[in-house]
Design a protein around this ligand. Sequence first.
Ligand SMILES: Cc1cc2nc3c(=O)[nH]c(=O)nc-3n(C[C@H](O)[C@H](O)[C@H](O)COP(=O)(O)O)c2cc1C
Length: 213
Amino acid sequence: MKQNCLSTWMTCLVLTALLPASLSGAGPEPTQADASTRPKVQVLVAYYSLSGHTKQMAQGVAEGIRRVPSAVAVVKKVDEVSKEDLESADAIILGCPTYFGNIPGKMKLAIDDWNWRMKVDFTDKAGGAFATGGGRLGGKGHVVTSLLLFLINNRMVVAGPLYHNPKGDGKWAEAGAAALTGPLDPGVGKKELDAAARLGDRIARLAKKLQSG
Ligand SMILES: Cc1cc2nc3c(=O)[nH]c(=O)nc-3n(C[C@H](O)[C@H](O)[C@H](O)COP(=O)(O)O)c2cc1C
């Protein structure tokens, strides 16, 4: 009896293997085409940088964006951003150095033109901001707030990086990401790049939520 059962089962197995997947009832294998038809979230990272520190932070932000499934990062210098880049972005993250406690003039001129000259509609795109500065209290926070105000005034929905306390269940957010680059702590450090990546991750996730809502 056991022998009969086994041979019937073996015949079944061989037949199932020979049948096309569509007739055997097995679901189709996921293909490359399936992945490409999944809705993508495009996040534009637009930055101004003369000596490279802010560019490094922009790359950290992009790394965080790419950690989010189906999110795509487009990194551009602020003066090279086109109207098409802005219109096809689901989210925009702005970054620049601190100049005299404020946004560098060239950054401000470029982003003002996005509204004033290009007439882009930013309504309900997600947004975030980051800054670098040579001084500990040189104005990085003010620059992040000013960039966020630009986004809010253009009807965007803004957020900052998220943190979780590894020793407890506490979590918190910050207004944006920043790096101190001057003589007191030269260059862009690991923790500052981590903040940048968290910002990219958060904004890409927020854009996905806004897209599906
Ligand atoms: C003209 C100028 C003004 C600056 N003013 C400030 C300032 O007010 N506060 C500050 O913290 N850093 C200031 N810095 C330092 C830069 O913000 C800092 O070096 C920044 O990381 C440079 O970014 P980048 O390497 O992307 O060009 C100033 C730098 C320049 C060139």
